[in-house]
Design a protein around this ligand. Structure first.
Ligand SMILES: Cc1cc2nc3c(=O)[nH]c(=O)nc-3n(C[C@H](O)[C@H](O)[C@H](O)COP(=O)(O)O)c2cc1C
Length: 200
């Protein structure tokens, strides 16, 4: 089992911190993880040429190119983004749109997807950002999970400056619980759920 964490922040800040907390929880549960900091990579936006619809391959060759196989190889994917004007960062959106190449054959079908969002304001759009992430997974025919018992929507962080999330107990807890719930659902899907992993 493998969980891929994707960080959409263009800096090493709060989103990366909470995503790492979630991935540490996966590791504690014995699950392999990989973190891709897409916000620091060069991923161009989709240019709508439509070529991938026939071939399943994006014609643009950049830092997204090696990520396709990493996505294919993941059982669970956590998309983590800062809240930018109520939605995901441009870097995360470029990553999302470029996965259209995988949708022709629904290569994300039955993967488990979850989200983490961090806003500088308490009610600054964390839920709308998570909803955007959920739409992505639904359109890919993935299975969406949240954190079950805490925020109800996934990892919800509150922090403005780098380092703020270190003190955000709620953000840490909801990110960890999201990871636990993802592993629980994956075990159920794969038929290995012998005992319940409690998320709270
Ligand atoms: C372009 C931009 C737009 C932002 N828009 C919002 C917003 O709509 N709501 C909010 O709560 N915070 C907003 N913020 C603040 C960031 O979400 C916040 O600083 C967050 O911690 C950034 O995550 P990071 O440390 O992982 O980069 C915005 C920041 C930037 C740079």
């Amino acid at each position: 089992m493998k969980i891929l964490g994707v960080c959409g922040s263009p800096r090493e800040g709060n989103t990366l911190f909470l995503l790492k907390k979630a991935l540490e929880t996966c590791k504690e549960l014995g699950v392999e993880t990989e973190l891709i900091h897409v916000g620091l990579l060069k991923v161009a936006p989709c240019k709508a040429c439509g070529a991938c619809k026939d071939t399943g391959i994006c014609v643009q060759k950049d830092d997204m190119t090696p990520l396709y196989d990493k996505i294919r190889g993941a059982d669970g994917i956590i998309l983590a983004s800062p809240v930018y004007l109520g939605g995901v960062s441009a870097q995360m959106k470029a990553f999302m749109d470029r996965t259209r190449a995988l949708r022709g054959k629904f290569e994300l079908r039955n993967k488990v997807g979850a989200g983490i969002s961090v806003g500088g304001f308490r009610n600054g759009g964390q839920e709308t950002t998570l909803q955007q992430i959920f739409n992505f997974f639904l359109i890919h025919n993935s299975i969406v999970v949240a954190d079950e018992a805490t925020s109800h929507y996934g990892g919800v962080g509150f922090g403005y400056n780098i380092g703020d999330s270190d003190k955000d107990e709620y953000g840490i807890k909801t990110s960890q619980n999201t990871a636990k719930n993802m592993i629980k659902v994956l075990k159920l899907i794969k038929g290995g759920a012998k005992e319940e992993i409690k998320s709270w």
